[in-house]
Write a protein that binds this ligand. Structure first.
Ligand code: GLN
Length: 214
């Protein structure tokens, strides 16, 4: 029997249970991650085949990442090539530059590994939350996407592939991206029964494991 993929789901705050369920339904083994597990540079996270950063509140999550000693080990694991999937607040935590709804630069603890600038709470009050079917390149022709006080990706740097877009007041902007081992979306794939985005991420994790995780 093939050993199931072992995924760490950051469980400090937010929608981590739904990610756990989706990953388990895809056949993965899941460990909820609440603190650094060892006092080493990779903090014991090196045993995972991939990590998920869920949606929630990115300022609270960023502060907890620092308090629980997880920020540096996570950054180091991602730097070594471990696949990571960030959704909504998870996308914010991964991105290099963060701005508020009015475009001012925000300083809050985050990983800063994804070459994107994201605008928090970008859809405004009228459209705080909405659902729409989106084409996601390599994943699905029509994926039901749930947006909840979602961020928008306002610019991307080299190496970032845009997988999906929505029409905004500023034209078509990306809402799902991939940069090597980093996958991220503005929306919440864990809140629907459609497992295709999680399956896509697990394929990245499997490929990394098969390469010898290096
Ligand atoms: N609005 C949240 C933030 O900026 C993200 C919302 C979410 O993850 N659903 O942190």
């Amino acid at each position: 029997m093939v050993t199931p993929l072992h995924i760490g789901v950051l469980a400090l705050q937010g929608a981590f249970r739904e990610h756990r369920l989706a990953l388990e339904r895809c056949g993965a083994k899941v460990t909820e991650l609440r603190r650094r597990q060892e006092d080493t540079p990779l903090g014991g996270l090196e045993k995972f085949d991939g990590i998920v950063l869920p949606g929630g509140e990115s300022t609270a999550m960023g502060r907890l990442l620092v308090d629980r000693g997880l920020l540096e080990p996570l950054r180091a694991c991602i730097g070594r090539g471990m696949p990571v999937f960030g959704t909504c607040a998870g996308l914010i935590l991964l991105s290099r530059e963060l701005e508020g709804p009015d475009g001012t630069l925000l300083e809050q603890p985050h990983l800063g590994v994804l070459h994107c600038r994201v605008r928090r709470n970008a859809f405004g009050r009228q459209t705080d939350s909405f659902e729409t079917a989106l084409e996601v390149k390599g994943v699905a022709q029509a994926l039901e996407a749930v947006f909840i006080r979602a961020p928008l990706i306002v610019s991307t740097g080299p190496g970032v592939e845009c997988l999906s877009f929505v029409e905004t007041g500023e034209g078509m902007l990306p809402v799902a991206v991939r940069q090597d081992n980093i996958l991220a979306s503005s929306f919440h794939p864990e809140l629907t029964d459609d497992l295709r985005f999680h399956a896509f991420f697990l394929d990245m994790c499997r490929a990394w494991r098969e390469q010898g995780r290096a």
